[in-house]
Design a binder for this molecule. Sequence first.
Ligand code: SAM
Length: 315
Amino acid sequence: MLVATPIGNLGDLSPRAVEALATAELICCEDTRRTGRLLLAAGIDGPALRRVDAHTETEAAADVVARVLTGATVAVVTDAGTPGVSDPGARLVRAVLDAGGEVTTVPGPVAAVAAVVASGLDTSRFTVDGFLPRKGPERAARLAELAVERRTVALYEAPDRVAATLADLAAACGDEREAVVARELTKLHEEHRRGSLAALAAGAAADPPRGEVVIVVGGAPAAGAGGDDDVRIALRAARDRGLGPGRAAAEVAAALGRSRREVYALALADGDEPGADEADGGDPDGDDPDGTADASAGTATDADATSDQHAGGTR
Ligand code: SAM
């Protein structure tokens, strides 16, 4: 049973969560001391605690499955919020289901959802994108996806990286894209900073937010999905990050599921100089627009093979 716990305010521990934790035979948790304090505060005494974190989840799965199959109730909690949301839980769920066991949930706080619903941004479609990759081509590729993402996006981020991530988001999505930095949700110093990505990035650099933070980014303006307007927005963002036309075309084509040849042609039509990529390892003369010679771009060469990068809902 997945049991959500507070993201800061103990009052958000639901009566159902208290009952589930009090009656479980075993509670799997990331940090036994932290969960022990939660149980104490809730007046719960008795259930055994077992540490199951991101590193030990797979090895713990066999034991959890065995207990569930004998009819025991095993509760799974994390340090805060809902298990399985940028937290351990999903692998245990998969293992129990694969073994024919039952999984239920006691729903409750999710920091990303709390931030989105209070953001003032469109909540009709949103995605929880977890933490951005910290660096490298994975981070660049995710930022390129976000540049054209229509849905509101919630991102988790460590406080000391918020300013840098907002700056990267502004470069990728455009300075004017609306966003919110939601800090210390449900706690004494809860704060929602609203504004453009550029303004929020400048604010975070001057006055770094302390405590826990969710960044909510408004969706990209509507246009034909994956159409030329999307390509232009994404190309501009990639060029703003210093990529030449070949590298930018490879990255954008992969993110949008378009052919690199078409994207490269759009880049040139919009004024990029062919050959300017020599410095960044891209396609110097534009005669390899499908990227087969550009291993450094780190993207698939078949546009169709990458066209589902946006598939699925929340991640
Ligand atoms: N499973 C959790 C959930 O349901 O929200 C998320 C766990 S993730 C490892 C931790 C991240 O959640 C933090 O780095 C921060 O981005 C966000 N977070 C957790 N509590 C928060 C709070 N009270 N206010 C703002 N962000 C919070």
